[in-house]
Structure formats: C-alpha cells, structure tokens
Design a protein around this ligand. Structure first.
Ligand SMILES: [Zn+2]
Length: 402
C-alpha cells in the first residue's frame, strides 16, 4: 500500500510526532446521546510507527461519554465483573499473572478502572489482603463496595484536591487493565498514574495486542470503535513508559475471552518505577502492529454480509436490527446497512434502550412480539446467544446473522 502522509490533528501519543500515514478512514453512526465524532482516520506515526485514531474528540468529550454512557455498569451483561464463567476465568488468569510478579501478599494494590471489581475479587481469592478499586462510575463503585472491597469514584483526570490521600496512595502496585487503549490524553493520564505508584513499585498494564489483530479477525473493522483509540503492543508500551522512568520487567502475549464464543489478543507489560526523572528515549519503531492492522483492514474490506445487506437495502424490506452496540454503529457507517429500511433497534442492555440511532429508537427485545419481518442480528461477540434468545421467545421471524 502506498503511504499517504498527513499532518495529524492529534499528535502521536507515544513520540508527539505530527505526521501520520492514513491506513483507514473509519465512519460510525453515533447515537444521539453519545456526542462523540462520527469518524476518524486510523493513522500510523511516521516517526515511531504507532497506530492510533486521529480523532477530533477532546479528552473531556471522552470523560463525559464514560460518565454518562458506561457500558461497564451492567453486572450481568458487561465484562469486568466476573459474573460469567468465561469472565471469571479471564480475571483469575490475570490475577495469576500479577501474583507471579508481586509476591508480597500485603502489598497495597489499586486497580484503576476496576469496573465491577472482578479482578479485585480474584486477587483477594489469591490471598492479597490490601486491594482498592477506582472507577469513574458511581454504580460500579457501589457494587464493588457492597462486596467488601474499598472502592472510590475517580479516574485518570481531574480528581478532587484531597482525593489522593483519601484513597490511600501511593501504592506498591497499580493495575491498568484494558484502560490505556481508551485514553486520548495519555501524557496527562500517565503523569497522574505515576503519582499513584511508589518508587520501586510495580505498574501492571494490559491492553489489546495490535500486533495480532489479523490473527483474530472477530468481525469486519472490529478493532476500530469509538472507545479503542490507541493500538499498542509490547514495543510501543515500553516506548511510552520508558519516558516516565519505568523499566520493563516482564511482557507476555495472551488471548482473552470476551464472550462465550470469542477470544481476542492481548498483551501485558509489567514495569518497575525507578527514581529517574522524566527522560526522553528515542522510540524503537513498532512495525508489527502496522502490518497486522493493514491486514485486518484488508480482511474487513472483503468481509462477509455485504451481499445480504445490499439485497435488503435494494428491496427496502422492513427489518429490525438486534444489537445497538459498536458493531452496529460501525456497519451503519461502513456498509449498506445504513441504507436499509430499519423499523427499529432492539437491545437487552437497559443503558441502550431509549437511545436514538438515526432518529430510530432502541427498544427492549419484547418489541419483536409485534413484528413479523426479518431480524438482523448485529453483534460481534454475542450473535449466537441472541439467536438462541430469539428462538426462545418463540418468534417466527427470519433471522439474519451479520
Ligand atoms: Zn510516534
């Protein structure tokens, strides 16, 4: 592919480079309440290769989005709480990885972005006595507190002036598990994180592994959504943390279960915070992620379902779309689904019910009882569960799985 360089709106979050190679333009349809931009370029930094979303959004747009629209609050539907068997297994494995690095069971540990506290429970089960959770969602914090774990409302930005002493910082170990891929302003976020870690303390960071996206395609354009705007792997993570005096001690690739039928690639990196001041280290170019992401774009472009959607759009058959999440928003922006005659969206997540997508309301699946046309099932992770549920409702509608 010919490189197409441009001056970026968002400087490279690793090396602050201002020129990027545009790999893909990702469009979305955005529900009315989200107030996030409806497209961005996926770019690779000319200087260090890091791949990220060159989005016009600001950090405060994301702060508001996560505060108002948290998808991690629903104890049964969201991951991070350990409510399902696959999620509990994933969290126990992460706790085992942390246990290998951190032998002191009295160490003060904080999980930043703890959602419903599943990882904290798994650490407690392994004998760690001093665990604390922090999450921006008051609902999540209350849920974790009810399980007997210290938990505070807070995040990576703009905390109250005496917040730091209230939470009991600094800590021997700070965990950022599937957090940094969501952060627009990584510089401020990491400056704040560093204050939470003691000198010689440990930072455990786990993120999706961009260098292996092509091996786990999941669904067309799956890895580009409104939330995942940084595409790390081990090299770029070390490039970033090295600037804050953090020395890598361990990095491993893994696969994590994100629904009962889908796994995706992740990587964790553990660092020791040294007492060196902030220094700039010349980045080691990350070329593997760029190659893997280009392959993912190519696979997505050839992806399945396009023919079916073209037929539905041409015939203007009235359909209901089951699924109002990221997968639907991507397909509405990038495929003929956006031109179909959609009578309604349905979704089990109560947070999504009441939203409007393209002025069409999102309702509960009970709405299907009054509809006889085809149901287009549109969920990257849960399509088989939705299909079973539809059949369980004894609806006779034709089901089309995208
Ligand atoms: Zn860069």
């Amino acid at each position: 592919m010919q490189a197409m360089f441009k001056k970026v709106r968002r400087p490279c979050p690793i090396c602050m480079g201002d020129t990027g190679d545009v790999l893909h333009h990702q469009r979305f349809v955005i529900p009315d309440r989200y107030r996030l931009p409806d497209s961005y370029d996926v770019v690779s930094c000319k200087r260090c290769g890091f791949v990220y979303a060159d989005t016009p959004a600001r950090q405060e747009d994301y702060d508001r989005y996560y505060k108002e629209c948290s998808i991690y609050e629903d104890v049964e539907l969201a991951s991070g709480g350990g409510a399902t068997e696959w999620d509990a297994r994933r969290l126990d494995r992460t706790a085992a990885d942390i246990e290998r690095i951190l032998s002191d069971k009295n160490a003060a540990i904080v999980d930043l972005g703890c959602a419903n506290g599943g990882l904290l429970m798994a650490l407690k089960d392994r004998g760690f006595l001093n665990v604390t959770g922090i999450d921006p969602s008051p609902t999540c914090v209350a849920h974790v507190g009810n399980q007997g774990i210290r938990c505070f409302v807070g995040g990576l930005f703009a905390n109250e002036p005496n917040w730091f002493s209230a939470i009991g910082g600094p800590f021997d170990c700070v965990i950022l598990c599937h957090v940094l891929e969501h952060v627009l302003d990584l510089k401020t976020a990491l400056e704040n994180v560093m204050q939470l870690v003691k000198t010689n303390g440990i930072l455990y960071i786990e993120v999706p592994n961009a260098s292996r996206y092509a091996d786990c395609p999941v669904a067309p354009y799956y890895y580009f959504d409104c939330e995942h705007i940084n595409h790390f792997e081990g090299i770029s993570m070390s490039n970033l943390l090295g600037q804050y005096g953090c020395r890598p001690i361990e990095s491993r690739e893994k696969e994590i279960q994100v629904s009962d039928s889908v796994a995706y690639p992740a990587v964790y990196c553990a660092f020791v915070k040294t007492d060196r001041r902030l220094i700039f280290i010349a980045p080691v170019p990350d070329l593997k992620s760029r190659q893997s992401i280009l392959a993912h774009i190519e696979i997505s472009y050839r992806g399945s379902g396009t023919k079916t959607l073209e037929d539905l759009a041409r015939n203007q058959t009235e359909i209901i779309v089951w699924g109002a999440g990221s997968h639907t928003l991507r397909l509405l922006g990038n495929t003929p689904l956006g031109k179909c005659n959609i009578a309604g969206f349905v979704d089990k997540d109560s947070k999504k019910q009441g939203l409007k997508i393209m002025d069409i309301p999102v309702r509960s699946p009970a709405f299907l009882r009054s509809f006889t046309g085809p149901v287009v099932i549109c969920s990257a992770l849960h399509s088989q569960e939705i299909l079973r549920e539809l059949r369980g409702m004894e609806c006779k509608n034709e089901a089309i799985v995208l």
